[in-house]
Structures are given as C-alpha cells and as structure tokens.
Design a protein around this ligand. Structure first.
Ligand code: XIL
Length: 514
C-alpha cells in the first residue's frame, strides 16, 4: 500500500516531495540486506504512458564501426566537458540535446530525478572499482533510503544487492565514443541511469590491431578512462571474434601463426587494460546458426580452420595466463533458447568447465525479436540470424543450467525489436523496409512486457545473473535504428520499456498502460 502510494506520487511527478515512511526498508540486517520485497507483494506498478511517440530521429544512424572508433569522425569534444553538445554534431542528430534526458512531456518527468550517488558497491569481483548509486545507509535527511523508491536503473539494480545481499545487478549500455563525446544529453543519460558500459565497437580486434602488431588503443582508452573517472564498471568486448576481425588474419597460413596472433592480441589487450576492465568477452559468437564447419555448428573462419574447436579453450587459457584477476566470458546470441544452437553452446561450455578451462561466465546477448518469424514476399520463411521469437522460460532454464556449472550469467546486449527482424536493410527480402515511424502504443506495450519478462528472469536468478547491458543508450543510435529497440527514445526520454524494467528490478508487477 505504501509503495503503491509512493509509486503513484512518482508517476505524478512529485518524487522529490514524496514522504516515505522509513518502516519499509532499512531494517538493518547485519549483512546490510533489507526485507523490502515483503512490502511489495500487493503492489502493482501502474506505470505511466511515456513519450514514446516522439521518435523524430529519422535517419539518425550511428557512424559505422570504423568511423566511430577510428577517431576520424571529426569529434573533438572531451568526455568530461559538459558543454560540447553543439561542437561536433554530425548533423543526423540535431535536436537531441534534451537536458539531462528530461522529457518535455509531463508524463515522463517522474523518472528524471537524478539520484545522489553515494558509492556503496560491495562487489567483490577483483578489479571492479565501480561504485553503485544505492546507499544502504539511506538518506538520513528524509529518513528513507533510495531503495524504497529507486529513481534510476542503476539505483534499482544496486538495490537488489541490498535486498538479497551482494552488490546487486550492474546496469550497462553499449556506448559509442562518438556520441559520448559529441552529445551532452547522451552522456548525461548514461551517467544518470547506468553503472556499467561496454565499448560498442572500440575494443574489437579490427580497431585495436588494424595491422599486425600495430595497436590503436585510443578510442577504447577514451571510453575506459571516462568510465573510471565516472565510477562505471566496464565489460570488455571482445577478444576473439570472427566478425570485425582485422583482415590480416585471413592471410595467416598455419596453426602456430594463428596461435601466436591470438596470444599476441590477448596479451597486449589484457596488459593494456589491466586493473581497468574487470570482465571480458574472451570469445564471441563462435557458433553459427546451423552446421557450418567440419560437420559442427562452429563458425568457419581462420581460427577453426587452423586450430579446430580447440581455439576456444586456448583463448580462455591465454587470457587467464595474462590476467588471473578478471572474469572471462563466452558471449553469443541464440544461446538463450531451447535446443539447437543453445544446446550446442551449452555442451561446449560444459566441456570447457569439465576440462578445467578457465571460464567464469556466459553472456546472453538477447537481441530479441518481439514479433514471430515474418514471411517474405516470396512466401518463404525468413530464417533470421537472430531469434525469431522469444521464450523467457527457456532463458530462465538456461540461467539455471549454467549456474549449475558454477558460472555467472550476464545479459550482455539486450534490445527488443518490435518490427522487422532484419537488422540491416540489405539483409531484408525485397519489398521490405524498416519503418521509422514513432513507436505505437501496441508496440510499446509488447516491447515493455518483453523487457519486463527477461529482466525479471535475471533478477529472479540473481546472484547467478548479476549484470544487464542494453545494446545502446537510446533508440536513434541503436544498431537496429530506426526500429525503436531500446528503453529510451530518440529524445532520451524513458519509454514504457523503461518503466517495465524498473518494475522488474524492483520486483513488483508491471501493468502496461492501455
Ligand atoms: C554491432 C555494433 O552495434 C554495430 O555498431 C557494428 O556495426 C556491428 O556490431 N553482437 C555483438 C556486437 O557481439 O559486437 C555487435 O555490435 C552486435 C551483435
């Protein structure tokens, strides 16, 4: 009842004025946990409609990977500056500088209050210097703690630690250096809502080592330095991947040379980021969507051709030798479902664990399609590279089976497409195109419910699942744009999806506005 009242006040935009009785939360267990969830049982999160009809970015596409990460985009703003919004805009992003992500819409103003950051993260992960925004001791002036009414995603994620013990769930976003440096609103939203970032392209093999033994750390350093100075943690992405690899790899002719190239890349990268990036996707997307290499589901590229399936274990071993203090992840898509690729990947990971290969966790990308398989104009089913539909029960089961192996699970790249399953127009069958009109109420509801279900599964399985990263900060720069796939719209205003994620993190029901 009390929470319901508080939530209604928040919805009405009076969060700063809401007086919250202290009885609900800070009951002070010796381990710092509280019993918040009990009071939430009868609570319904009747979240407001949001300003999600303002998708005005049109063709506001992200610079391509090489541009955004090569530093050749003309961007000169420094990330610590707060006045550079108009300095280097590329033109495709005009009118996005809503201050602090505040929506002009009354309906969304309730979610824009900035939290006081007080750094109580108890994360014991070695090398993780992040601080969380939820202070277990609460706000003494009002007698209430932020966990009674978390105001941001990161606060709500950290509060899970307060309720259940541990550091809570890190909430992250894939970040593109270009937008971070050129748009104040992008940066402010990132700092307000997230306590983790993943370089979207800047730490991939092709950027870090474009020619053999030639290193280019500057774009990734810019992101990691920013994260450190702002107390965000970082997910390193990614060391060994067939895609966005430098092309010199394809000229490698023998196994020893491939091994040497892998070792050199892993060693130089982990040495460079030592103490600054506490977890890495060591191998990314090693599996195809069906049989591809030598009768297996492994991807056919230089690493498998020269080293066989063993390159995966070798990469993990090399990474552990270089840095024993970081968490090492295998990351993929379509590993969250049942059967097929999900089972292939599980069997491989199980095998790694049984062999004693140093692996700490598995990343589920969760690039989710909200709509079932579409039928092409020719009448054939399109076999998407990405999941054709979603199945949150299977996801929960997958968390369990990986946790039973003693592994951590992260949601690493979540977004929810509500339209075409085609992430690139060139991949779409003739006659289909992505629709850039604003998200409809129906789409927003569908998307919000899917976000709610998946985030709830992670929360339910905490601490096995303790990090959730969304693949982008806001819709207009998502790799799926103009499909509005993220929790924030092109004006940086929270969408229905945001309210659903907040409800999931707070472990209260979410009822989408009708
Ligand atoms: C994507 C980026 O978002 C795009 O900007 C880039 O052009 C291609 O890669 N799986 C991954 C991510 O592991 O690295 C990919 O990121 C999305 C799919």
């Amino acid at each position: 009842m009390v929470l319901t009242t508080v939530r209604r006040l928040r919805i009405a935009g009076f969060v700063a004025l809401a007086v919250v009785p202290a009885c609900l939360g800070a009951s002070g267990h010796s381990d710092g946990t509280t019993d918040l969830q009990d009071g939430a049982d009868d609570t319904t999160a009747s979240h407001p409609a949001t300003s999600s009809t303002t998708s005005d970015s049109g063709d506001g596409s992200e610079p391509d990977a090489s541009e955004s990460s090569s530093g050749e985009d003309g961007s000169t703003g420094t990330v610590s500056s707060s006045t550079s919004s108009d300095a280097t805009d590329t033109g495709s992003t005009s009118e996005t500088g809503t201050p602090s992500g505040t929506s002009s819409s009354e309906e969304t103003s309730s979610t824009t209050t900035s939290p006081e950051s007080s750094g109580s993260d108890e994360d014991s992960t070695s090398g993780d210097e992040s601080t969380s925004s939820a202070d277990a001791s609460g706000d003494e002036s009002s007698g209430s703690g932020p966990c009674e009414r978390p105001r941001t995603l990161k606060e709500a994620g950290a509060c899970i630690g307060l309720r259940k013990g541990g550091a809570g769930i890190h909430i992250g976003a894939a970040v593109a250096r270009h937008w971070l440096e050129s748009e104040v609103a992008y940066r402010e939203l990132l700092l307000r809502e997230f306590d983790s970032l993943t370089p979207e392209n800047e730490a991939k093999w092709d950027v870090l080592q474009p020619s053999r033994d030639t290193w280019y750390f500057e774009p990734a350093d810019a992101l990691v330095d920013f994260a450190q100075s702002e107390a965000l943690t970082v997910r390193g992405h990614t060391l060994v991947w067939h895609s966005q690899r430098p092309y010199w790899i394809d000229a490698i002719q023998d196994a020893e040379d491939m091994r040497a190239a892998m070792r050199a890349h892993i060693t130089a990268t982990l040495d460079h980021f030592r103490g600054r990036v506490p977890r890495w996707d060591v191998v990314n997307e090693a599996f195809a969507d069906g049989i591809e290499w030598n009768g297996t589901w492994l991807r056919d590229w230089r690493a498998t051709q020269l080293l066989g399936s063993g390159y995966i274990a070798e990469a993990f071993q090399m990474a552990r030798e270089v840095d024993p203090d970081i968490d090492l992840f295998y990351n993929d898509y379509n590993n969250d479902g049942r059967g097929g690729k999900a089972d292939q990947i599980y069997a491989m990971v199980e095998d790694l664990v049984e062999q004693g290969v140093p692996i700490d966790g598995v990343g589920f990308q969760l690039h989710i399609n909200a709509t079932p398989t579409q039928i092409t104009p020719g009448g054939q089913f399109w076999s998407s590279l990405y999941p054709n539909f979603y199945n949150v029960d299977a996801f929960a089961d997958n968390i369990d089976r990986y946790a039973a192996l003693g592994l951590k699970v992260h949601i690493t790249e979540m977004d929810v497409r509500v339209r075409s399953p085609f992430h690139h127009p060139d991949h779409a069958p003739d006659g289909t195109s992505r629709n850039s009109t604003p998200i409809t109420a129906t789409e927003a509801r569908l998307q919000a419910n899917i976000y709610y279900d998946y985030v709830s599964a992670c929360v339910e399985k905490y601490p096995a699942c303790d990090a959730i990263t969304f693949w982008g900060v806001a819709d207009q720069y998502s790799w799926y744009a103009p499909d509005p796939a993220l929790p924030f719209d092109a004006t940086y205003a929270p969408k229905a999806a945001y309210d659903a994620i907040m409800a999931a993190l707070e472990e209260v029901p979410y009822i989408a506005p009708q």
